[in-house]
Design a protein around this ligand. Structure first.
Ligand code: NAD
Length: 357
């Protein structure tokens, strides 16, 4: 075995390990931000970075984000993340993925990995052959499968909380909702919204994806450039991040933003820009927690159960309501409120001994 594990340390992270295995062509960094609430869960991102410093910045930032996400979602899990440096289309081999799995195993369960951008469920199945500290493996291996339907369900629940907050009624009946990006999450979300009686429009850079929604659900298709300025009750960004910035926010014609996309705000100031524009922003990491809640259910002592998982995901409605209420009570942005709810839970846990394994 030629693996080398180098402890990098990190100011606000519990542990940062650089992993290399020359024989397998592996270069990776695993960051454990916090295990205060439980083992640090976070996906494996496989991509090329401009520099090693860029990779390190990304993994540290993403790991810290996972701590907040799990804490707000009420999970007994901490936050972590891993990056594999390289182009998955060029550099991925089974040997590399197995070497990565051994690196995960080296952290002895303080880090639990999962799929992320650039890795697949098949990769996690392969990781499972060398370590048990992996989630989101295939259903045939006792996993919970693709998290996207769970994420979509959570987004739908968050919308109920927003509707109750804005209009005093959690029903989405007759509400105009624009879903921008109808891939794995967005397409499942459209199904829920149509069932709930909402009036849905969709947009996608892939005309075939939008066309499928029109054919299946009879929903209207709007242009990608027009999606964010289409008058509606709720705009649901379910494509890539960074949709909201100083240019797009003044053009919004919605009452609320509730979507699955990660990192929807181009910069932190956009949270107050949205508030100033009179748009209620349900923070992305609160809204899109359904996937991670679902994955956490794999760790249940009785094994994964889809119905129990769905009940757990429904908690996203109450969590979103708490965050919105905190923002209003404290006179702060909803993103600041989400961070505060997370921090309070972490503080409480630091003061009491661990009760989990
Ligand atoms: P996906 O790749 O299956 O779907 C994304 C869709 O957005 C595609 O159909 C793509 O054509 C479309 N798209 C890309 N750019 C667009 C644009 N500018 N305007 C409109 N449409 C555009 O991805 P997904 O798994 O559905 O994830 C969607 C978002 O939700 C991502 O930001 C992801 O990080 C986030 N998220 C996903 C999950 C999950 O469980 N899959 C969990 C948490 C967060």
């Amino acid at each position: 075995m030629t693996a080398v594990y180098e402890e990098l340390g990190g100011a606000s992270h519990e542990r940062v390990v650089r992993c290399s295995d020359d024989a397998a062509g592996l270069r990776a960094i695993i960051a454990v931000h916090s295990t205060v609430l439980g083992p640090a869960l976070g996906g494996t991102r496989f991509r090329r970075y401009r520099s090693d410093d860029d990779a390190l910045d990304d993994v540290l930032r993403l790991a810290a984000g996972m701590t907040s996400k799990a804490a707000v979602a009420g999970l007994d899990l901490g936050g972590g993340k891993a990056v594999i440096l390289g182009d998955p289309a060029v550099d991925r081999t089974d040997e590399l993925i197995r070497a990565y799995g051994r690196a995960v195993d080296h952290l002895a369960g303080t880090y639990l990995t999962a799929e992320d951008v650039g890795t697949t469920q098949a990769d996690m199945d392969l990781v499972r052959t060398v370590t048990r500290h992996v989630t989101g493996v295939s259903e045939s291996l006792g996993g919970s499968g693709d998290p996207s339907p769970a994420t979509a369900l959570g987004v739908r629940c968050a919308m109920s909380a927003v509707a109750a907050d804005l209009w005093g009624d959690s029903s989405l009946e007759g509400r105009r909702i624009v879903v921008s990006g109808v891939g794995k999450v967005g397409s499942a979300l459209v199904g829920h919204l149509v069932s709930a009686g909402a009036v849905v429009s969709v947009a996608d850079i892939d005309p075939a994806a939008a066309g499928r929604m029109a054919a299946r659900h009879g929903v209207e298709v709007v242009g990608v450039a027009d999606a964010h300025r289409t008058p509606c009750d709720i705009l649901s960004p379910c494509a890539l991040g960074g949709a909201f910035n100083a240019q797009t926010i003044p053009e919004l014609a919605c009452a609320a933003v509730v979507g699955s996309a990660n990192n929807q705000l181009a910069e932190p100031d956009d949270a107050s820009r949205l508030a100033d524009a009179g748009v209620l922003y349900a923070p992305d990491y609160v809204v899109n927690a359904g996937g991670v809640i679902n994955i956490a259910e794999e760790r249940h002592r009785d094994g994964y159960d889809r119905e129990r998982a769905h009940r757990a995901i429904a908690r996203v409605e109450a969590t979103t309501a708490t965050v919105l209420a905190t923002a209003r009570a404290e006179g702060i942005t909803t993103t600041a409120a989400a961070d505060r709810v997370a921090e309070e839970r972490l503080d409480a846990a630091r003061k009491t001994p661990h009760h989990h394994d």
